[in-house]
Design a protein around this ligand. Structure first.
Ligand code: FAD
Ligand code: 2HG
Ligand code: ZN
Length: 469
């Protein structure tokens, strides 16, 4: 292994091969704190050629590689296992925005560029890069592509895979595939770009990407709406779609439990409504400078909702500060759940028509397994995606950990029975690889392995992630 470390130092420079436990610490534990591993080394290449040299050196030494971007993943896919034999390949130094072409509507970036910096580069060119996540200040485009991230603008713009036109990837054998094309039309065979999207570092290291830009939408109309139940939220979605059409950008849900945690733990958070409600929806319409009338449209949506009993009250943002305060009630939930204590995450999608019945049935079933468990339910209801997360009964974190397997199985079985998915947007990582395989057909699992073996026959790219060992 000394040989490998020497080769890595030769490839990227001594300063960028970290082995001291203190230097390595932040790279071996994930955001949730649940996954903690050990690394042979953390390597920080500064260019695509250096990534290729690192991959070749690791291959020669048969050392597994764990690609890592901003390390904000929620399923343990970006941190090493406990063996101490894996090399973490961090893209953190590859942060160049290579080119912006507002007319073609493209931005070309290194994979280590932070999402917020891509948004800023688009804005500086008078365009919009619409992907928006609570972690956007630290997650990277490489990680977004590798997980096919979703977020709060999927309803209008789609998942990450709909926002990418071309990729540059270092393959497991160390060759570089240059697919950095910004073409809207390119039917020249299998779609290799899409193969790497959502592959969670198991097929190669993404080093660059051409992403799609859209017209800027500086106008917003935003409301925090109290709704009686999930069925009303879904019915309100239909009203908003009907009245706001393509302007409808965000339609997020949160239960009262989630808001209570935000009010308890997020400094400065204030309930914008006088009376408590069991459920809330954050609705946002967005439009270009030339489009007027968003406020009237939102008021019409909310007026109809209150008249028909779909909503009981609403707070409309009247300024940028108010808009940002409403957003913080939604975006703060992950963080405050962590502050509250042990959390069990479930990132599920269901057919939208089944969301209400599914949620109504799930609560009592979980109470039977662990009385007092607190469902902190929120997410992207417009996409049928709920973060059906659980916090422990107050003061009983160990009880949640003890019941975790039983609770997750009950939820996943119910998702499967409703033809949903147990991973809507966070990926499988180490947490859900085995569970996902158990709900897939043998044919589907065989196909996944066929792809994995074709590209990574030696199994050195992120082993144990996405496809279970
Ligand atoms: P990492 O965590 O570093 O890695 C994630 C996976 O991608 C790993 O398997 C890793 O091996 C692989 N990977 C990383 N970079 C590369 C690369 N260059 N080439 C190949 N493989 C690579 N996710 C959503 O989808 N929607 C949300 O709304 C959302 N909100 C979040 C809010 C918070 C507060 C937090 C903490 C997380 C949230 N996430 C969300 C999850 C997370 O931010 C996303 O999964 C994000 O895409 C991960 O990017 P990253 O750069 O941090 O990747
Ligand atoms: C969100 O929508 C993210 O806020 C994070 O996907 C969800 O922390 C979570 O479980
Ligand atoms: Zn989410």
């Amino acid at each position: 292994m000394t040989d490998l470390l020497e080769q890595l130092r030769a490839a990227v420079g001594d300063a960028h091969v970290l082995t001291d436990p203190e230097d390595v610490a932040a790279y071996v534990v994930d955001w949730t704190g649940v996954h903690t591993g050990r690394a042979l080394a953390v390597v920080r290449p500064g260019s695509t050629d250096e990534v290729a040299a690192v991959v070749r050196a690791c291959r020669g030494a048969r050392a597994p590689i764990v690609p890592q971007g901003g390390n904000t993943g929620l399923v343990g896919g970006g941190v090493p296992d406990g063996s101490g034999s894996q090399v973490v390949l961090s893209l953190g130094r590859m942060r160049t925005v290579r080119a912006v072409d507002p007319v073609a509507g493209t931005v070309t970036v290194d994979a280590g560029v932070v999402l917020a910096d891509v948004q800023a580069a688009a804005e500086a060119a008078g365009r919009l890069f619409p992907m928006s996540l609570g972690s956007e200040g630290s997650c990277t485009i490489g990680g977004n592509l590798a997980t096919n991230a979703g977020g709060t603008a999927v309803l209008r713009y789609g998942m990450t895979r709909e926002l990418v036109l071309g990729l540059e990837v270092v393959l497991p054998d160390g060759r570089v595939w240059d697919g950095l094309r910004g073409l809207r039309k390119d039917n020249t065979g299998y779609d290799l770009t899409q193969l790497f999207v959502g592959s969670e570092g198991t097929l190669g290291v993404i080093t660059g990407a051409v992403l799609r830009l859209f017209p800027a939408t500086p106008r917003h109309a935003t409301a925090w709406v109290a709704v009686p139940d999930v069925a009303a939220a879904v019915a309100l979605l239909a009203v908003a779609q009907e009245r706001a059409g393509a302007h409808l950008t965000t339609f997020e849900i949160a239960n009262r439990q989630a808001l209570d945690l935000v009010l308890a733990h997020l400094p400065g958070a204030v309930d914008p409504l006088d009376e408590p409600s069991d459920w809330y929806v954050l609705v946002e319409l967005a439009a270009t400078e030339a489009d007027h009338g968003l406020d009237d449209t939102l008021e019409a949506v909310l007026g109809e909702a209150v008249e028909t009993g779909l909503a009981t009250d609403a707070a409309i943002a009247g300024s940028r500060a108010q808009r940002s305060a409403l957003w913080s009630l939604r975006e703060g939930i992950s963080e405050v759940q962590k502050v509250e204590g042990a959390t069990l995450k479930h990132d599920v999608t269901l057919p939208i028509a089944d969301l209400a019945a599914w949620t109504d049935a799930m609560g009592p079933r979980l109470q039977q397994i662990l009385p007092g468990v607190r469902p902190v339910t929120y997410g992207h209801v417009g996409d049928g995606n709920l973060h059906y997360n659980l916090n422990a009964p107050v003061g009983r974190d160990d009880d949640l950990r003890a019941a975790a397997a039983q609770l997750s199985t009950a939820i996943y079985d119910a998702v499967a029975a409703a033809d949903g998915s147990i991973s809507a947007e966070h990926g499988l990582g180490r947490t859900k690889a085995a569970a996902a395989a158990s709900y897939k057909s043998d044919v589907e699992v065989d196909l996944m392995w066929a792809v994995k073996r074709a590209l990574d026959p030696e199994g050195l790219m992120n082993p144990g992630v996405l496809v279970p060992d």
